[in-house]
Design a binder for this molecule. Structure first.
Ligand code: ADP
Ligand code: ADP
Length: 233
């Protein structure tokens, strides 16, 4: 199991405290593709932030690859995040002063990988995602759909345990959105990348193996989209 969430609760404390997540339990296996769906304000971002080691839960536990990120010091945590997690956002968050290729290898540069390893990994991932012809372009020369593919390449080049995606198709037209989902499927199937994706769009969620519906901070429903011989660990 790659993610185990137990009795997760998040209360935003302030003049008026607000319970954004209540008693959430979830287990995600290696190689699973999970979607989190729910109306605006239901707690999707809060959930994603707590499982992505960004926002400490009020109570309950989060285990990623068997480790509790909230028991780590900040140095351990940033290493852990870089090693175990890849992030994709609605806004592609590319660095405009760098080329496409430089953006993709950014996580490897931070890890001080050697040039040859970087080059090989860049070639492999670019080919898989169909963006080899874009590597020397600037980020403002490519389309939104292409930018998201670049962001995905950057998110998985380190071979993270989990790819976390927050509304990854939110800024794309339906054709580009579909293409991004096909790439998620491809990464999931060929690299066995575990994906946890937040979306408000049922069409997008239907690409996942399993969809959890969150409502008022609770898991309200679990929908199995795929029920074949995929062998989860
Ligand atoms: P979603 O992503 O589903 O739109 P959020 O997780 O952003 O939902 O928010 C869930 C609820 O928690 C909302 O009612 C929101 O207003 C509230 N909330 C989110 N962040 C904070 C915060 N930092 N302080 C107080 N309330 C918050
Ligand atoms: P989304 O629907 O994508 O979650 P939101 O507009 O709900 O976006 O939230 C954007 C950011 O604002 C989030 O980081 C969330 O934590 C924060 N936020 C949301 N509601 C509140 C609130 N009532 N008080 C403080 N921060 C909030």
């Amino acid at each position: 199991m790659i993610l185990k969430v137990s009795n997760l609760e998040k209360i935003y404390k302030g003049k008026i405290s607000f319970k954004a997540l209540e008693n959430i339990n979830m287990e995600v296996c290696e190689g699973e593709f999970v979607a989190i769906m729910g109306p605006s304000g239901s707690g999707k971002s809060t959930f994603l932030n707590t499982i992505s080691t960004i926002d400490k839960p009020t109570s309950g536990s989060v285990l990623i690859a068997g480790k509790n990120p909230y028991e780590m010091n900040s140095k351990q945590l940033s290493t852990f995040r870089r090693k175990e997690l890849g992030f994709v956002f609605q806004q592609f968050n590319l660095v405009n002063t760098l080329t496409v290729g430089e953006n993709i290898i950014l996580p490897l540069t931070l890890d001080k990988a050697d040039i040859k390893t970087m080059k090989t990994k860049l070639e492999e991932i670019s080919e898989l995602l169909g963006i080899s012809h874009l590597l020397h372009k600037r980020t403002y020369e490519i389309s939104g759909g292409q930018a998201q593919r670049v962001a995905i390449a950057r998110a998985v080049i380190n071979e993270p345990s989990i790819l976390l995606a927050d509304e990854p198709t939110g800024n794309l037209d339906s054709k580009a959105a579909k293409d991004v989902m096909k790439l998620f499927k491809k990464l999931n199937e060929s690299m066995n990348v575990t994906i946890i994706m937040v979306t408000h769009d049922p069409n997008i969620a239907s690409y996942s193996d399993k969809t959890y519906i969150i409502k008022d901070g609770n898991i309200y429903q679990e929908i199995i989209n795929r029920n074949d011989d995929k062998n989860y660990k």
